[in-house]
Design a protein around this ligand. Structure first.
Ligand code: IPD
Ligand code: CA
Ligand code: CA
Length: 271
């Protein structure tokens, strides 16, 4: 197989994500129901989640047969090329179920073991078909929203910062998370809870929030969003210099990162 340039790879990720998002939207228009529950009764999967992932997986094996795959609904398969596609076929499934136009297909291509602590993300795309919005990114090539370059240099003080976060499907974890939010709430402008981690992360480079954090996200929730945010000048890490991952993804304007980090630690986000 001919080696692909990074630009070609980026275009391919965007094209597959766009086709998959069109399929998700079509299925949404036809009507959606729950196919099964996963980690808790609230953590649902629809037939469309599975169909969209199968579609993406099929396109990858057709076009990039040597690449690995790591998807939410159908698991992982090692490849021989050193590249792995990390896929959330529908991020924001509860929004999808309720017809809230804030869900997305999120795809990243990473190099190395499919572990967010060590991989290098090369390209990604997040497509929200209901909003007609496509985020795309290539490593060291910048990030765009509908073709317009994303880059944020604003300085926002903590009391005027708009925060975004998400919650676990476990009721017990949610109570702990809202306890932290309750304390943070007195220090910042306000919160938004939009219900799709990939779109929440990119809400920071898009200027729709000033910082996002969440505990408990999976690699497919944040793989593409983290690269988009970083390429757009946003600082993204976990706590105490650890890599962004399941323990914490904190994406903030550079001047806000440390104060928000320190408040999260003060209010017990390490637990
Ligand atoms: C979930 C959403 C939600 C976030 C959860 C994710 P799903 O993904 O992104 O906003 O708070 O952590 O699991 O189940 O809709 O793909
Ligand atoms: Ca998800
Ligand atoms: Ca999902």
């Amino acid at each position: 197989m001919r080696t692909m340039s990074s630009h070609e790879l980026r275009d391919l990720v965007r094209d597959i994500a766009t086709e998959a998002a069109t399929l998700a939207r079509t299925r949404r228009e036809e009507g959606v129901s729950i196919a099964a529950s996963k980690s808790s009764p609230e953590d649902v999967v629809t037939a469309a989640d599975r169909e969209v992932e199968a579609f993406i997986r099929g396109r990858i094996s057709e076009l990039r047969p040597a690449d690995g795959f790591f998807g939410e609904e159908s698991g992982a398969e090692k490849g021989s090329s050193g590249l792995t596609w990390v896929v959330d076929p529908i991020d924001g499934t509860v929004n999808y179920l309720y017809g809230i136009p804030n869900y997305a297909v999120s795809i990243a291509v990473v190099e190395g073991e499919p572990d967010p602590a060590t991989w290098t993300a090369l390209a990604g795309a997040i497509v929200n078909p209901a909003a007609g919005e496509t985020y795309e990114v290539g490593r060291n090539e910048g990030a765009t929203l509908n073709g317009v370059t994303l880059f944020r240099e604003a300085h926002v003080e903590v009391p005027l910062a708009l925060l975004s976060t998400g919650f676990s499907y476990s009721a017990e974890r949610r109570m702990w998370q809202t306890g932290i939010m309750q304390q943070m709430m007195g220090r910042v402008r306000d919160y938004r809870r939009m219900g799709a981690a990939s779109l929440d992360i990119v809400s920071v480079p898009a200027g729709r929030a000033d910082a996002y954090y969440e505990v408990g996200t999976k690699p497919w929730d944040h793989a593409a969003g983290v690269l988009i945010a970083r390429e757009a000048g946003i600082r993204v890490e976990g706590l105490h210099g650890s890599p962004a991952g399941a323990e914490m993804v904190l994406a903030a304007l550079p001047g806000l990162f440390e104060p928000i980090h320190d408040l999260l630690v003060e209010f017990g986000a390490e637990g």
